[in-house]
Design a protein around this ligand. Structure first.
Ligand code: G6P
Length: 608
């Protein structure tokens, strides 16, 4: 979603702002802009579309100045046009905004009634008009900020330049994250530490309700009442070296292929490789004493949670309530304070997941965060963090974060089973040994299946729809396979429980409907194969993902079969993720879509 950057520098800022915006690209955006103050005047450059357009504009019309703000916009209110791109400027005040001003219509009507002339159809422009009105009434920049923030409802982070206070950036946070970076005689502002990584690793996070006045060598943070507050300074681990594509064509491809390595690292944190035992990561959340488990997340992280539910129920005999966070937060669910809650989030900033976590905390539940970004808001507010250690994930379509989330959830479920006495020591050892073996198997699978998947993807790219079917943990995996395909190739795809085929989706099956069936040779295999026969009998194009034992038993002429090695049931969802990811990837490459930044999608969804 929208990204913010700001620099109060010792030398020219526009090129550095542009470079920082490039580091925000992965979040998803559809227009961008920069404003600087030079010679006491605001200068602005904006462009619709990708940053290369802004870059070209800046070449024709360079911006001077040693102070400036920049923005990548993911449109919420108003089309992604240049006119709607940020910064918005009103009476010498430039504003960039990430989030949604929920009461903007009311504020806009009020401002228009007193003569304000709006140029854009964004919610964000009200911020500039509110500030301008206060300034006209004689307030200083600081006073205007304080007054404006009292009027806003919703989620926002803001960076603001006042032309007549040319040494200061003002910033505010209520929802989407914002960090102040400490430089050498310079100060920075950014949506996340990666934005600032080459400039500084010394950062201070604003907390919700904070606003700040940032100067070249100094800054002050205020709370919502206007009192000066101190916030701790951190050394961020973010590094730009970790966010390059290397020899790969796309970040997504790189992230698919680095899974064996990162998963091994994630597992090392959660299992003891020497003794083949699960490690108790925290004493804060003891699964032995909880009455049930609540899981919530969004998107791919939710689907990881759904697979986790099967594991916690099976191995730890814990009943699991799970829902997408956008529903969970409003359902008014009766929750026992003896339950524990897990929130899964790659970014650690997803607005609905964060709100669901806060809801559970307020109900007295112990909350754990399965997160990739340990400096994120969700990580900082959780009682316990279970890091997935996937490293920066740049491709919008999640791959390595998903499998690392699964690996951590599997290890947690085994640990919970041990703590609750629902698995024996022997079973624990067997399960852990399967996890330990997994990176090696993943490496082999990634090496071997590519030619077959590339071939299949050529065929699949010619269709407009696809169905994915599976049972047990292969059901959420079918949904994830469908999600991956639709996200990056724009082919309409649905994931269904194979047993639901006859309750609707079979009506869609004909020769134009490829059906991807995920069927490891597990206790559901025969049933899933029956569903496959039903599809084949109706002329559907069957693509079977199975293992060696499954392939030996499923004799159908009409199918493409992708054969994976026989693996233990607990690791099957992770191993079977690989062909699904590669299939989506190669279909997208064949279709020539923007693999890493698919249209309309954002990596980090910081608004509802
Ligand atoms: C967006 C991303 C997905 C991600 C979801 C949840 O939709 O495009 O890849 O799964 O948000 O994000 P989170 O950061 O909370 O895992």
């Amino acid at each position: 979603m929208c990204g913010i950057v700001g620099i109060v520098g010792r030398h020219s800022v526009s090129q550095r702002l542009l470079e920082a915006l490039k580091r925000l690209e992965y979040r998803g955006y559809d227009s961008a802009g920069i404003a600087t103050i030079s010679g006491g005047r605001l200068e602005r450059c904006r462009a619709q579309g990708k940053l290369v357009n802004l870059e070209m504009r800046l070449e024709q019309q360079p911006l001077n100045g040693m102070i400036g703000i920049g923005h990548t916009r993911w449109a919420t209110h108003g089309a992604p046009t240049e006119r709607n791109a940020h910064p918005h400027i009103v009476d010498g005040i430039a504003v960039v905004h990430n989030g949604i001003i929920e009461n903007f219509a009311e504020l806009k009507a009020e401002l228009e009634a007193t003569g304000a002339d709006f140029e854009t159809s964004t919610d964000s422009e009200v911020v500039a008009h509110l500030l301008a009105k206060s300034r006209r009434g004689g307030m200083s920049g600081r006073e205007a900020m304080h007054a404006m923030l009292k009027r806003l409802k919703g989620a926002f982070s803001l960076a603001i330049l006042f032309q007549d206070e040319p040494a200061t950036i003002m910033a505010a946070r209520n929802g989407p994250p914002l960090v102040i970076g400490h430089g050498d005689g310079e100060m920075f502002l950014g949506s996340d530490p990666i934005t600032l990584a080459p400039l500084t690793n010394e950062v201070t996070y604003l907390v919700d309700g904070d606003w700040a006045v940032i100067e070249k060598t100094d800054f002050r943070i205020f709370d919502s009442e206007g009192n000066v507050v101190a916030r701790p300074r951190h050394t961020s681990m973010a590094s730009v070296d970790r966010v390059t594509k290397g020899d790969y064509d796309h970040f997504m491809q790189k992230e698919i292929y680095e899974q064996p390595e990162v998963i091994a690292g994630a597992l090392a944190r959660h299992i003891d490789i020497a003794s083949n035992r699960a490690v108790q990561v925290s004493t804060e959340l003891n699964f032995a004493n909880v009455s049930s488990l609540v899981i919530s997340a969004c998107g791919t992280a939710y689907l990881a949670g759904l697979i986790g539910k099967y594991w916690f129920e099976r191995y730890a005999r814990l009943s699991v309530e799970i829902d997408v966070a956008s529903e969970f937060r409003y359902r008014d669910i009766p929750l026992s304070p003896h339950a524990a809650a897990l929130f899964i989030s790659q970014s650690g900033e997803t607005a609905d997941t964060l709100a669901s976590m806060r809801y559970c905390k307020a109900q007295g539940l112990k909350v754990g965060a399965v997160v990739n970004t340990s400096e994120s808001t969700i990580a900082r507010e959780a009682d316990v963090i279970f890091p997935i250690l996937a490293g920066p994930e740049i491709g919008v379509a999640s791959t390595k974060a998903f499998t690392c989330q699964l690996a951590v959830l599997a290890a947690l479920a085994i640990g919970a089973g041990k703590a609750r006495g629902t698995i024996t020591e022997d079973e624990e050892r067997q399960l852990v040994m399967s996890l330990i073996e997994m990176p090696r198997i993943m490496r082999r699978v990634l090496r071997n299946i590519r030619p077959k998947i590339e071939l299949l993807s050529k065929e699949l790219s010619g269709y407009s729809h696809a169905l994915f079917l599976g049972r047990g943990t292969s059901f959420p995996l079918a949904m994830e396979g469908a999600l991956k395909l639709k996200e990056i190739s724009y082919i309409h795809a649905e994931g269904y429980a194979a047993g639901e085929l006859k309750h609707g989706p079979i009506a869609l099956v004909d020769k134009n409907m490829p059906v991807i069936i995920i069927a490891p040779h597990d206790r559901f295999f025969d049933k899933t194969v029956s569903n496959m026969q039903e599809v084949a009998a109706r002329g559907g194009r069957v693509i079977l993902l199975t293992d060696e034992s499954g392939a030996a038993r499923s004799k159908l002429d009409t199918i493409h079969t992708v054969v994976l090695p026989d693996v233990e049931e607990i690791i099957a969802p992770i191993i079977f993720s690989l062909p699904l990811q590669l299939l989506a990837y190669y279909v997208a490459v064949t279709k020539g879509t923007d693999v890493d930044q698919p249209r309309n999608l954002a990596k980090s969804v910081t608004v509802e």
